[in-house]
Design a protein around this ligand. Structure first.
Ligand SMILES: Nc1ncnc2c1ncn2[C@@H]1O[C@H](COP(=O)(O)OP(=O)(O)OP(=O)(O)O)[C@@H](O)[C@H]1O
Length: 628
């Protein structure tokens, strides 16, 4: 099958020639890659005849970036690049890899990883071709992962042991299983790096709060009068707000004489803000202006792109501990890289026998640590919050087992329902349960909004969310927005609700830009409520509802449905997931896992079993050189 590419598409580069034209016509590379490859070749080799293979290498490396990969294995370029789109399987004239490499290395446009950096735009490591900037960022991360941990003798062992016995007693774990939360605390106490990986409800935040308390106690013991300077950060404003809330909650769960160790920790901020990002200057924190902190915690690491991670590592002072927290099975960052998944798959450097024995000595007798330790990565596996269908479903998806996933979906669990239909063509009868759910939720939202009760309305907003993979098209957010609007208009009805500026009482809103002047971040959600002064949008700013007029909200749009990508970092009591057809390029294991793990109490999946199976067996394929 050859992909028919619209000859008038903006992605067609009319001036392209040779291999660039062939691959552009086939839809493998876009106009942007054709232009960039041509330009870079001219810039770096103004005197040389354009070499077809070299220009294609440049374009493919850039195309891979657009698909989320920081490098490309030239032997498998056809798989990697085509993976991101509706794939042509045409017989394209891919250069023979050895010949391709020979052309690239002779071009002066590629520096080998082990040779001096001449400033060429591409780098080679083994069989991988990188844009130079991404190569350097990956090297930065590799060096951090492989750096040797701090000396174990720096820790007051007795104090650490007694702290662990109080805060990490492992009492809810099955006898004989490793207490991974305690292991995380031991590793954090001994070194400057911890990567804490785990699914929802595995106790990541609770563990972080307790680690911070233990570190503060150990710090005080050294005679320091000031507590350690801690920064909490996350990739988005929404995730930062949630981290702040979760840490406050976890603090409330600490024994009273421990909670004061968390006094004075500022609210979480976005990573960009922590690193002093200014649109005109870029990141103002870096090697020359390091962060002033002793401990930095970054949550929702799966959303952190390689580039951002590298800037963070640049800005860490040598003594600073970095604790990275996240779920490696979720969708990766919008920009290239899959840092969290790569780090957890790679592991760190394995401990020596002496180090392992030392770390082991901090395990509780009933919960010995694993025999092989690879700091800094610790994976939490025991789920404390979820039981039943959602946990089983998440597990089956994570394991990549399509039969088990479909079995859980159809097993009749109380917390999982499945409509095995194509959501776009399903009739009213099949969709009746979704309609009822949406209407019941809409009525409650409307009642609270009409009464001007911002707190209740904002709380209710988190009770149910409909999530789609796509923004547009029959299975996308836009189609579901109008379908839900129609359902509600019949049932509530919305035409009776007061309306101004296209707003009406009870309309959920999504803010789509960062607006620090009014305290809103991109991704914040709110709801239109009635107030004595007219309609206002209620958004949570800090920990209280702010009532904002339409005038200041130029980037807010209706939100009856949300993309799964945008829902990352949030959780809802109930979630309805609309799956696209099996041939959708967005349908990946990470997408399905992220969607269902947004649900706290109930998940409803609407989509064919074939779509479910296709997602489960199709992990997102982001190439990187870590672990090779
Ligand atoms: N070792 C433990 N003993 C008892 N309860 C625990 C333990 N670990 C976690 N919990 C409880 O499990 C629940 C989930 O914990 P927590 O919020 O820390 O998980 P999480 O991994 O951060 O979840 P999410 O990713 O969904 O935010 C909390 O109520 C917490 O108190």
């Amino acid at each position: 099958m050859t992909l028919s590419v619209d000859p008038h598409s903006a992605d067609r580069a009319l001036a392209a020639t040779g291999l660039l034209k062939t691959f552009n016509d086939a839809g493998v590379i876009g106009a942007a890659e054709v232009h960039a490859a041509t330009r870079l070749h001219e810039l770096y080799r103004p005197d040389a005849e354009p070499d077809e293979n070299v220009r294609l290498g440049l374009a493919i490396a850039l195309r891979a970036l657009r698909a989320g990969s920081v490098c490309v294995d030239l032997r498998r370029a056809h798989e990697l690049v085509l993976d991101a789109e509706v794939a042509p399987d045409a017989d394209l004239p891919w250069p023979e890899p050895d010949v391709w490499w020979a052309s690239l290395m002779a071009s002066g446009l590629v520096d080998d990883a082990d040779a001096p950096d001449t400033g060429a735009p591409l780098r080679r490591r083994g069989g991988l071709l990188y844009p130079a900037r991404h190569f350097n960022d990956e090297e930065n991360l590799r060096a951090w992962l492989n750096s040797s941990p701090a000396s174990p003798t720096a820790v007051d062992g007795e104090m650490l042991r007694s702290s662990l016995d109080e805060l990490f007693d492992g009492s809810l774990l099955p006898e004989g299983s490793s207490d991974q939360q305690r292991l995380a605390a031991v590793i954090a106490a001994h070194g400057s790096r911890l990567v804490l990986a785990g699914g929802p409800g595995t106790g990541k935040t609770r563990t972080v709060a307790r680690i911070l308390a233990v570190l503060a106690r150990l710090h005080a013991q050294t005679g320091e009068t000031n507590p350690p300077r801690v920064a909490l950060a996350a990739p988005t404003g929404k995730a930062a707000a949630r981290l702040t809330e979760s840490i406050i909650e976890a603090r409330g769960d600490l024994p009273p004489h421990w909670s004061s160790f968390l006094d004075g920790i500022p609210a979480a901020t976005t990573l960009h803000r922590l690193l002093g990002y200014r649109p005109s200057q870029g990141f103002t924190r870096g090697r020359d202006a390091p962060l002033p902190h002793d401990i930095v915690v970054v949550d929702e690491m799966s959303m952190v792109a390689l580039h951002l991670m590298a800037r963070l590592l640049d800005a860490l002072p040598a003594h600073c501990r970095l604790i990275c927290v996240g779920d490696p099975d979720q969708l990766a960052s919008v920009e290239a890289g899959a840092v969290m998944a790569d780090i957890t798959a790679t592991g760190g450097t394995q401990s020596s026998a002496a180090e392992t024995a030392h770390l082991q000595s901090f395990a509780a007798p009933a919960h010995p640590f694993p025999a092989v330790l690879a700091p800094p990565v610790v994976r939490l596996q025991h789920t404390f919050r979820f039981t039943g269908g959602i946990a089983d479903l998440a597990d089956a998806i994570r394991r990549g087992d399509p039969d088990a996933t479909v079995s859980v979906l159809t097993a009749g669990h109380e917390d999982v329902t499945f409509s095995d239909v194509d959501a776009a063509t399903a009739g009213q009868t099949v969709l009746a349960p979704v309609r009822e759910r949406v209407i019941a939720h809409g009525r409650r939202l409307h009642a609270a909004a009409d009464a001007g009760d911002a707190t209740t309305a904002l709380d209710l907003l988190e009770h149910h969310r409909l999530l789609c993979a796509h923004r547009d098209g029959l299975w996308g957010v836009a189609a579901w927005e109008s379908r839900i609007h129609e359902w509600l208009d019949e049932a509530v009805p919305l035409s009776d609700a007061a309306s101004e500026h296209d707003w009406y009482v009870g309309l959920p809103l999504l803010n789509t830009a960062n607006q620090p002047d009014i305290g809103l971040a991109n991704g914040d959600t709110g709801i239109v409520i009635r107030t004595p002064s007219g309609l206002r949008a209620a958004f949570t700013v800090g920990d209280t509802p702010a009532l904002l007029p339409a005038l200041v909200l130029n980037a807010a749009r209706p939100m009856r449905a949300l993309t799964i990508h945008k829902s990352q970092g949030s959780q809802f009591s109930e979630v309805t997931v609309v799956l696209p057809p099996p041939e959708s390029p967005l349908l990946t294991r990470e997408l399905l896992y992220t969607a269902i793990s947004r649900a706290r109490r109930h998940v409803h999946v609407i989509g064919s079993a074939e779509s479910v199976r296709r997602a489960v067996v199709h992990p997102a394929n982001r190439a990187s050189g870590l672990g090779r």
